[in-house]
Ligand binder design. Structure first.
Ligand code: TRP
Length: 337
């Protein structure tokens, strides 16, 4: 619901993979909390996925899947707005306008583009732009349009996306400088989880799709149990004292169990007598009841003819109404239309 007395937050979610527990802790849960203090908008960045995905069924499926996962994890469509980026065509008109006030040099310095060039350099490719499409190059402009079209105040992002939000603020400044105060200048907020510890994956490194070490948010019970059993541990014997903080199993438990359960496990590990296998059982017993309702709601939403389509359609109506007012100001300011 739009509430004009509150500031607006905007969360963008790229539909390029199935969510895992690292996403739940690092993005979804902090994202859910925004609804308490902001007029919170969430959108599935389906047109952003088109810079890399070349399979219609895959984009369609990930778009539904990611929307369902966030709703299943606790987004309440009665209190927030969730929509598909592609349902707000005003975004793409604004992207063109913004590209006309954006210095190309700024895009040359964007992290994702620079990383692609570095990869080509390392691979000894004479063409540093090999494999770079204009969508990837323009990505920060489209992202600025996503943000500015909603009159966004704050954008919660991980460290990796902070530069993009700074760019959006820069581009908003350039537009306002050229055409007068028209668009709202956003700022980024980095969720505290990002500055604290990150969730370990089953090999002990940071849980990440690119390491192949994730525990999927929607893993069926059996698979969940198997993955928990597979978490890497050292070979300390059951009766020996253990260091909880160097254990991936314990770090996972800490994120999902109550402070009392965590403190109790810490005591038992430090005293000796609790084995890693026991701790894994405890972790599973803590995780499974929290994930079960998410799995169930997700399955309902993913079923054909579920509420999902109506939720996204209602979100699109609300989002377009906001976008329309911003675009009208922009057209007026630029003398278009
Ligand atoms: N670039 C973001 C990511 O890769 C997704 C995104 C697209 C986004 N547009 C946005 C995030 C606008 C916040 C605001 O995760």
């Amino acid at each position: 619901m739009t509430d004009s007395t509150r500031k607006t937050s905007l969360t963008g979610i790229k539909p390029t993979g199935d969510p895992h527990l690292g996403n739940l802790i690092g993005a979804i849960r902090p994202g859910l909390r925004l609804a308490e203090s902001y007029d919170a908008l969430y959108f599935i960045a389906d047109y952003h996925a088109l810079t890399t995905i070349r399979d219609a069924a895959e984009i369609r499926n990930y778009t539904r899947s990611v929307a369902s996962a966030w709703i299943a994890a606790g987004l309440d469509p009665e209190r927030i707005t969730i929509y598909r980026q592609s349902d707000v065509p005003e975004t793409f008109e604004l992207a063109w306008v913004l590209s006309c006030v954006t210095a190309k040099g700024l895009m040359n310095r964007a992290h994702a583009y620079k990383a692609a060039r570095d990869r080509n350099l390392e691979a000894g490719d004479a063409d540093l732009d090999a494999g770079v499409n204009m969508g990837l190059f323009n990505y920060p402009v489209l992202m600025a349009a996503d943000i500015l079209i909603m009159d966004t105040d704050v954008v919660p992002v991980g460290r990796d996306q902070a530069q993009h939000v700074e760019y959006a603020a820069d581009i908003a400044g350039s537009f306002n400088h050229a055409f007068g105060e028209t668009v709202r200048v956003p700022s980024s907020v980095i969720p505290s989880e990002e500055t604290g510890r990150t969730l370990p994956g089953i090999d002990g490194r940071k849980m990440s799709k690119s390491y192949g070490n994730t525990i999927p948010l929607l893993a069926p019970e059996k698979q969940l149990k198997k993955l928990v059993r597979r978490i890497a541990t050292d070979s300390t014997a059951v009766e020996e004292p253990k260091d909880p903080d160097s254990s991936a199993v314990f770090q996972l438990l800490e994120q999902f169990a109550s402070p009392e359960v965590t403190a109790d496990a810490r005591k038992r590990l430090e005293a000796g007598g609790t084995g890693w296998g026991d701790l894994k059982n405890e972790l599973f017993e803590v995780l499974n009841p929290q994930l079960e309702p998410i799995r169930e709601r997700y399955a309902e939403l993913m079923a054909p003819g579920s509420d999902l389509d109506e939720i996204l359609a209602a979100g699109a109506v609300q989002a377009r109404a906001r976008a329309h007012t911003v675009l009208t100001r922009v057209r007026e300011a630029t003398g278009i239309g």
